[in-house]
Design a protein around this ligand. Sequence first.
Ligand SMILES: Cc1cc2nc3c(=O)[nH]c(=O)nc-3n(C[C@H](O)[C@H](O)[C@H](O)COP(=O)(O)O)c2cc1C
Length: 173
Amino acid sequence: MREMKEPARVAELISTQRATRQYSQQAVCEEDIRTILNAGRQAPSANNRQPWHFLVVRERSRLQRLVQCGRSADQVERAAFAIALVTAHTGTEDDFDLGQAAAYLQLAAWDLGIGSCIAWVHYAEKVSEVLHLPAELHCPVVLSFGYPASQHKSQPPKKRKPFDEVVYWEHWP
Ligand SMILES: Cc1cc2nc3c(=O)[nH]c(=O)nc-3n(C[C@H](O)[C@H](O)[C@H](O)COP(=O)(O)O)c2cc1C
């Protein structure tokens, strides 16, 4: 396969970043949390609307309650902190924008050695209750963050479809 040239730092971050669900006890300092948030707010969005707010959760009891907001969100209670993506909008473009912000937040965290995982919110009423959201705001996604626990290193290798299975050139084959 042809070698691909990429900016080394970003390529390294992208290729090593994984969904991290086991976290060490080490706290994340506020400066690093702010660095992560600052990256998220710089993500691109449709018409530059930036339809997001980032709600930081650090209280252990609230992290525990966030577990009940999704069907696969157990990791949130083990996290050093979580960021709930909050929006007044719902629609395809808004969902895409939140995805962009999530990617920026997660890569910026990984650049600091901090792992993260997305938790899809399946129970909208529950998340509104836990986060005290007003009726016009929604939270479709909660990201959990923390330094990876030692067992994270033993997770199975990253599995992605091969390049040629995903990429076509010029026209559909
Ligand atoms: C839109 C979206 C929703 C996801 N929801 C969950 C979730 O609810 N719980 C969870 O544990 N992981 C969730 N993930 C994480 C994926 O399972 C993970 O990114 C994928 O399996 C790849 O993991 P890897 O990078 O470690 O190989 C979600 C990812 C995305 C992009």
